[in-house]
Design a protein around this ligand. Structure first.
Ligand SMILES: [Zn+2]
Length: 237
């Protein structure tokens, strides 16, 4: 990693925040509680002011405008997401754990897409820019970033060390698997605990939770001020 002269020196971490980047979401463990934030920008609807600007313009102008706004929105989402994660890490003097992408097989990431070229293109664009945003923001705050080997992070039970089996056809819960000892896991959540274990963090992993270690899915996170507030609000429900 290259440091700019005015960037603070990364601190010695007291804890770890694993971050798992997926095609349409970013998941993380905040105070030992999983949070899944939706990043699918197409689902973040545009506000009233955008529609008003569009009135009375030609179709071509509208198309160009739409593309520009989509790009802006994506950048906005990335920046906001990176800032939330980095601030959370900074305030708890934690290091951020990211998957070492050079070791991650693309087919596991976008497994629904059959076309190999398209798959690797989606893979590259969806993850590299999000990652870059997090790494850059972390550098600015002196938050250490640790890259770990992500292989098998979603297929090994972090409690028992046994294999997690997902239904081959996906079934009605394609992202939920069961370990050989009967523990149910959400794919994105299990990866988080395993990422954390790979840096030697021995924090206890909660087990046998009723909701298959399901994270609360937050689609309106763009408005929140901090990630631990999401966790607190979820507990109060
Ligand atoms: Zn297990």
């Amino acid at each position: 990693m290259v440091f700019k002269e005015d960037d603070p020196k990364p601190y010695e971490p007291k804890a770890f925040i694993p971050v798992d980047l997926n095609e349409n979401s970013v998941s993380s463990l905040i105070k030992n509680k999983p949070v899944l934030l939706e990043t699918n920008t197409k689902r973040i609807t545009l506000g009233y002011e955008y529609r008003r600007i569009e009135e009375g313009r030609s179709t071509k102008d509208r198309e160009v405008g739409r593309k520009l706004r989509e790009k802006d929105k994506k950048l906005d989402v990335r920046r906001k997401m990176a800032k939330l994660i980095v601030l959370e890490a900074y305030e708890s003097r934690s290091a951020i754990i990211l998957e070492d992408l050079s070791k991650r097989a693309p087919e596991h990431v976008v497994e629904d897409v059959k076309d190999e070229q398209l798959r690797s293109r989606i893979y590259r664009s969806a993850f590299s820019s999000m990652r870059r945003a997090i790494v850059e923001k972390a550098r600015e705050f002196g938050v250490p970033v640790i890259l770990v080997d992500p292989s098998h992070t979603s297929t090994v039970c972090p409690v028992h060390g046994t294999k997690i089996i997902y239904q081959p056809d996906g079934g009605d819960a394609p992202r939920v698997g069961v370990c050989e000892r009967g523990e149910r896991w959400h794919r994105d959540v299990v990866a988080l605990y395993n990422l954390r274990k790979r840096v030697g963090d021995v924090s206890p992993v909660p087990f046998m939770s009723k909701e298959s270690h399901d994270p609360p899915t937050v689609s309106r996170w763009l408005r929140v001020k901090s990630l631990h507030l999401i966790v607190i609000e979820d507990k109060m429900k």
